[in-house]
Ligand binder design. Structure first.
Ligand code: PLP
Ligand code: LYS
Length: 430
């Protein structure tokens, strides 16, 4: 693959020199190509508009939740899904229209639900019986009728890593369908004057490459509602559309996933003589994943003859835990000469005190030297979002790039930030 470069042969990201970004803002640095984010958001919308069906594209903020990304989503007039008080707070502070928010999660607290209701969150995706009760009480106290969807655990296994598969029956998410819990939840919700039950939701998992699971999911939700004698206004089939991290991944274009869901629900609407329900999808990874990359500075190396070479960089599992957590694979390129010929195979390791602190398990790279800038590609989803301060490393800065311009959207943490909540211990012997 040939990567975009400038006259210095440096990698460019939406027209900006990646090496200059590293020099300006330091490394590790999370960089997002906002033009690509907008393109993907628009592509999702276009599929539904072309098919002339009612729809909602809701960006799953869990993939990367910062004020700036909610602002881009708002500019593109799409919805967003939040899964915690913190994500909700971020979206509110970003000025995101709360009626365009949905709220997922398997253990939302009373305080979180109250915050959502008070701030006018459009749709709450109710996951369990306790939530039905708490939310009903809150809606009554606040004197509103809350729009809700019910999250169903559909019993569909997606072919993906077990830790990111959520649709199987043995899952902590949603009302179980097989054992009648979903039906019971439906009866409670439909008869509760504090709720307007708009539809059903089921998410089968993440990083999925074939359409079958989505088709089954859409059909199951429609069949379930029909069986209950009810015509839902909304069918939400979640997110989970797979992206390319390495050549092992062969993603379908986003249009194929959405088309498959649309096709099934059009058929079901005819079969059941329904008005076409609104089709909701909640893509996270596919919107921000490919648009993000992380820049690192190359440091030490260790060559074990006949075994392996480790190339260490100045970040690691604190800014991208996915290789350690899911054995995830990534590609890395040398930002100062991305199109140079490969000369060696290395494992890219981080600086954390863990053997599993790996960023790229195996990569062919040109010869590198300390100070070179390495870019790990497609880190935009669940990279910065899952960052930690392990080993008391500050989290990276985040930069947005668009049409040759760049802007910091999250400042780099400092050592001062790291101890800002620490208190001196004063109870011990003086
Ligand atoms: C309910 C729900 N919606 C949407 C998503 C987003 O998934 P993805 O980032 O794979 O599109 C997730 C995460 O898997 C989820 O749990
Ligand atoms: N964090 C996961 C996805 C989790 C999806 C949660 N529903 C990942 O990095 O792939």
């Amino acid at each position: 693959m040939m990567y975009p470069v400038n006259e210095k042969q440096h990698l460019t990201i939406d027209g900006v020199d990646a090496v200059e970004l590293a020099q300006t803002y330091g490394t590790p640095l999370a960089v997002y190509d906002v033009s690509l984010i907008r393109k993907t958001m628009r592509a999702f919308k276009r599929i539904f508009e072309k098919e002339n069906v009612p729809y909602v594209v809701s960006y799953a903020g869990k993939a990367f939740a910062t004020k700036a990304i909610y602002q881009v989503a708002a500019q593109e007039n799409i919805h967003a899904d939040v899964v915690s008080g913190g994500e909700l707070y971020t979206a509110i502070k970003a000025g995101f229209p709360t009626t365009y928010l949905s709220f997922n999660g398997n253990n939302k607290s009373y305080e979180e639900l109250l915050m959502a209701v008070k701030n006018g969150v459009g749709t709450i995706i109710v996951d369990n019986f306790l939530e039905l009760q708490l939310l009903s009480e809150i809606a009554a106290e606040q004197n509103i009728v809350q729009d809700i969807l019910l999250r169903i655990s559909p019993g569909i296994s997606a072919h993906t890593h077990e830790f990111i598969s959520t649709g199987q029956q043995d899952s902590k998410f949603g009302f179980d369908l097989q054992t009648g819990q979903a039906k019971r939840a439906y009866e409670i919700a439909i008869n509760d004057v504090n709720f307007h039950l708009r539809g059903l939701h089921a998410h089968i998992g993440s990083q999925i490459f074939d359409v079958t699971g989505f088709e089954k999911n859409a059909a199951l939700l429609a069949d379930t509602a029909y069986l209950w004698g009810w015509q839902p206004e909304v069918i939400n089939t979640g997110g989970g559309f797979g992206i390319r991290y390495t050549d092992e991944d062969q993603p379908l274009p986003e249009s194929e996933f959405a088309d498959a869901i649309i096709h099934v629900l059009k058929e079901k609407s005819v079969q059941y003589n329904w008005q076409m329900p609104e089709i909701w999808i909640e893509p996270g990874r596919s919107i921000v994943g490919p648009a993000g990359q992380t820049l690192y500075t190359v440091g030490s190396r260790k060559d074990i003859p006949g075994i392996r070479s480790y190339l260490a960089v100045d970040g690691g599992m604190g800014d991208n835990i996915r290789p350690a957590l899911y054995q995830a694979n990534y590609e890395a390129i040398l930002a100062n000469q991305p199109n140079a010929n490969a000369e060696e195979v290395v494992r890219v390791a981080g600086k954390y005190c863990e053997s599993g602190d790996v960023l790229v398990w195996q990569e062919s790279l040109p010869a590198t030297k300390p100070g070179d800038i390495l870019s790990v590609l497609a880190t935009g989803a669940y990279g910065y979002a899952m960052a930690s301060n392990y080993n008391r490393n500050p989290r990276p800065a985040v930069v947005f790039v668009e049409n040759g311009q760049h802007q910091v959207v999250v400042e780099r943490e400092t050592f001062e930030h790291l101890i800002s909540l620490d208190q001196d211990y004063t109870l011990g012997d003086k």
